[in-house]
Design a binder for this molecule. Structure first.
Ligand code: SAH
Length: 258
């Protein structure tokens, strides 16, 4: 029994960019698809895994440059499946994290099209790996929060800053580059220390990857000057101190506990 009959859809996580970070299942599904609808953030080499006969359709959205709106994408996927195609909808990272997966799942279900999800490595995991850091830290960062700082044009960010300003959490801010100044000011105003460690990671897992360590009050400057045009993640919290700082904090914690 195949898990990918004609007329069905897989939402597939393409991971953070490096083709080797794709799951084996994702690679197989891409190879079996007759059509692949993909985002702008799908890494190099991944689309080459599709069969030579497969159609590759770019439906990418990047801030400010919406090539296709979500309803159009939903419709394209459903129409292709109803026409008997084997449809892969390939999304950067994990489809279930800031990936508009629900809209596409709902559209398929409403049309009676079988749809499943293949997870992927999310940007926060890739960013931590490239820093050689852990997102959680025993006793110091017991909580990991994924948040998007993407606001509609002209609107302020609608986030609960007092909850986000948690010194025992690591905050992973997706789509946060443009909002870096607001994120910094609001978190400090909500009580998070100005010297809270911050790591900026751009194009994690790709050859163009860059990372930069700074502190919360200096984040606006760093986001303006240290980053290029690639997708970037802001990681905020004690776990993002440079390795020496993290090791010192962990041993202090261990001493206090013994
Ligand atoms: N579903 C994706 C996230 C989509 S939102 C995932 O799970 O990773 C797009 C945002 O993800 C970008 O604005 C950026 O903040 C982040 N991102 C995606 N790929 C990245 C990468 N290789 N390096 C750093 N950040 C990345």
């Amino acid at each position: 029994m195949t898990d990918f009959p004609p007329g069905s859809v897989w939402l597939v996580g393409a991971g953070p960019g490096d083709a080797e970070l794709l799951t084996r299942k994702a690679e197989r599904l891409i190879g079996e698809a007759s059509v692949v609808f993909h985002d702008a953030l799908v890494g190099p080499g991944i689309l080459e895994m599709a069969a030579p006969s497969a159609r590759l359709v770019h439906v990418g959205k990047r801030s400010g440059r919406h090539s296709k709106d979500q309803a159009t994408i939903d419709q394209l996927i459903v129409d292709a499946a109803l026409a008997g195609e084997k449809v892969v909808r390939l999304k950067g990272g994990d489809p279930a994290i800031f990936g508009r997966a629900t809209e596409e799942l709902d559209a398929c279900r409403a049309a009676g099209v079988p749809v499943r999800v293949c997870p992927g490595v999310t940007a926060a995991s890739a960013a931590a790996a490239s820093l050689g850091a852990s997102l959680t830290l025993r006793g110091l960062a017991r909580k990991l929060t994924f948040v998007t700082a993407h606001a509609r044009a002209g609107e302020a960010l609608d986030l609960d800053w007092s909850r986000l300003a948690d010194p025992e959490a690591t905050l992973a801010v997706y789509m946060g580059k443009a909002a870096a100044a607001e994120v910094s000011a609001r978190l400090i105003a909500a009580g998070l220390a100005a010297d809270t460690p911050v790591a900026l990671v751009e194009s994690a897992s790709l050859p163009t990857e860059r990372h930069f360590n700074t502190r919360l009050d200096l984040l606006p400057l760093a986001a303006r000057t240290a980053l290029g045009d690639g997708p970037a993640l802001l990681l905020i919290g004690a776990a993002m101190a440079r390795p020496e700082g993290v090791s010192a904090a962990v041993s202090q914690m261990a001493e206090r506990q013994s």
